[in-house]
Unconditional design. Sequence first.
Length: 133
Amino acid sequence: MSNKKSFWISDGKSMNPLIEEGDILILEKTKNIKLFGIYVFYNKKTKKLIGHRVVRINKNKLVFHGDTAASFFKCNAGFELGAKKEVKGKITGIIRKSKKMGRLKFMVLSFLSLVYASIRVLPFLIKKYITKR
């Protein structure tokens, strides 16, 4: 990962509770996309930049999803497909209310946000699995 940094202002609630609307996100250029990392990518369908977590990697295609579990309860809502070349950077930090969140705090909160989203979705996934049988 190079040290080339850029910034992006969050304009949605799909990554709550980790990222809040209006947060300034610190991005670092990267070609090394990792599962469950949080990246900003260009969505060709909506023609917008979106900051979401990578939940699946298939060769050059990525599947992104926000951490807000409510979108899981809508049919296939919240999942976006993207190409690796559309990734603008990895979110490595947050500036909220003029205060920069430390890197360690960001990493811990990022992990806890992933766990929180997973726990909220678990009953839905179990129900979906049971009804398919």
